[in-house]
Each structure stands twice: as structure tokens, then as C-alpha cells.
Design a protein around this ligand. Sequence first.
Ligand SMILES: O=c1[nH]cnc2c1ncn2[C@@H]1O[C@H](CO)[C@@H](O)[C@H]1O
Ligand SMILES: [Zn+2]
Length: 362
Amino acid sequence: MPSPLDPDTIRTAPKVLLHDHLDGGLRPATLIELAEATGYDALPSTDARELARWFAESAYSGSLERYLETFTHTVGVMQDRDSLVRVASECAQDLAADGVVYAEVRFAPELHVEHGLALHEVVEAVLDGFAAGSRAAEAAGHRIRVRALLTAMRHAARSREIAELAVAYRDREVAGFDIAGAEAGFPPTRHLDAFEFLRRENAHFTIHAGEAFGLPSIWEALQWCGADRLGHGVRIVDDISLAFDGTAHLGRLAEYVRDKRIPLEMCPTSNVQTAAAESIAKHPIGILKDLRFRVTVNTDNRLMSGCSMTSEMAALVEAFDYTWDDLQWFTVNAMKSAFLPFDQRLRLIDDVIKPGYAALLA
Ligand SMILES: O=c1[nH]cnc2c1ncn2[C@@H]1O[C@H](CO)[C@@H](O)[C@H]1O
Ligand SMILES: [Zn+2]
């Protein structure tokens, strides 16, 4: 008899997370403690439960720009080494307790230099935190590997510097590079120099595209910039039409994305909050999965969305009647798409993911 598909059991299943923002995943209580310790006095509440509610409500804004405003408070307390180490360590422990076995967690070093840290000191603090958190998780019986993605902000002009930092730290658990922030008005080609540098260095990168702006953003990310993966990518459905009988017709860009197995880092709850999707049940992940795009499931911002990998998967099970096979498919897709050497990806699939799901199906 397969195990029941409820949150408690889904939590025990091995999961892989490719799209999670460090500054979008703080524990509310930690945010309050750090604000007090660092003299940050602009928090909307100093009660953990109320603060969590404030984030979830404010992020439920119908626009990416307003959603992003909530990050002022998290970034506001992440300006010194100790705070960064603590947030990164708790991130690794929280993901591990949620059953995540491999994660690539992103953050923008340039946002954490307000109190004088150098960019590389930000990176080192976060990596030290991930390592400490992973050790603590292992001691608590959960094995996880957490690696970093360095993000550059698309409205700013530091992408080349951040890309160079990602390459400099590539052998110390920095898996790759990303750009994030408001999408409309800030096309990825603004950062072509960074992407060309990364390609010359044989380095990996993902680009937030097709979340708050449509197909041109996805097209530029892939065909001008050369992205390995797409952050969100939900708007690729604009290039798919469905006939009355249910058959799908793919435009050239959608066909390219599917043919080349371009990984889509989908974040259902976040997309509903920013109005990139109407509801979980109407989220494009349903049709994209049916059409066998390389879909992965992610959290984006656990604090703002009040979610976890477990809750996102449980919500999809509820909306689309997914089975354990489907959850394993998402997980293997994500592992295949990780910025990790091929042999290590295979080992995690064969030694951790497949046996984990086999046990739940038995
Ligand atoms: O869904 C998203 N789309 C675009 N940008 C985002 C999203 N979530 C977070 N960030 C931005 O990425 C920065 C670094 O982690 C965050 O500070 C936030 O501004
Ligand atoms: Zn994101």
C-alpha cells in the first residue's frame, strides 16, 4: 500500500529545491531578534505570529513590485556577518527538516553591504552559515546539501562584478548566478556583459523571466543571454494554444523550451501572490506538466508566501490530483537540472531520491 499523500508524509519524501531566496525565508522570530540586536526599528510588528501574517498579506499584492517592497525588512537586518551566518544556518536546518535533500539558495550580495561588509565577506558569511546549518541538520538526522546562487539585481549595474564573484567561489559551493528584481522595464539583455563572461567561464546561470513580463523576456533570457534555466517562466504558456478538443499547439519559443529541456523553476504560491497566476488550480504548471516540459516545484520565498516545499507539493496534489509518481517526477527533474556535476546528480537520484520514493510507494 502506498503511503497516504498528506503533508506529514510528503515532508518525509526527498525533495530538491532550485529556487529559494535567502532573504525571503527568514523565521519571523529570528527577524524580530535580529532587528532588536542590530537596531533596525522599522518592522511592522514585533510579534512573530503577527509579523508572519503581515508578510503573507502584504506579499499578496497582485504585483511583483509591491511584493518586492516587503524585502526591505528582511534585507534591513541582514547587514552584518553574524546575522548572515545565522539566517543561512537556519535556512539549511529548516529546509532539511522539511525533507529537502539538495538546495540551491540564492541571495544578492550587493544588498548586504549597507553597513560596510565587502561583497566577498557577504558570500563567505552565507557559505559558512549553510555549512554550519547542514552540520546541525545532520546531527538532527537530516542530511542536506545546500549550495548558493549569487543574484544580481536587474535594476542595478553590478551584475558583472557579481558574476565574477560567482566564478571566484565556484569551487566553494557557489553553484551559479541569477538576476532578480522588477522584470518589466529591466530586460535581461541589460546584463549581457555578465552573461557573456559566465559563458566564457563555462559557468551556469538562471534568469528570472516570464513572471511579471511575457514572452520577450523569456526569449531574451534564452536566445540573447543563454540562460541554463528559467526562474518561473510561467508566461511560456502565452506561446501555447489549446484547441477545442484539448490538443495543444506550441509556438516556436515554447517548442524550443520543451525540446531543449530548459528547466522551469515554478513557484506556484508566489505566482498567485503577484498575479502571475490566477490560482493554484489554474496555475500553468498543470498544462506544462501534461505537455512534459521540464517542470520543477519551488518555494521562491518561504516567509512571504508562508510556504515550504511540503506545502507547495501538497497544494499541487490537492489541485491536480498528483500521485507519488508525479512528485518523484518533479524531484528527479529538479535534480537533473541542478548546477552540480553530472555524476553527483546521478548519485543523488539513484541513492537518495529513487529509494526514498520507492519506500513510500511500497
Ligand atoms: O519572485 C521574485 N521575482 C523577482 N525578484 C525576486 C523574487 N523574489 C525575490 N526577489 C528579489 O531577489 C532579491 C534577492 O534574493 C530579493 O531581495 C528580492 O528583491
Ligand atoms: Zn525568485
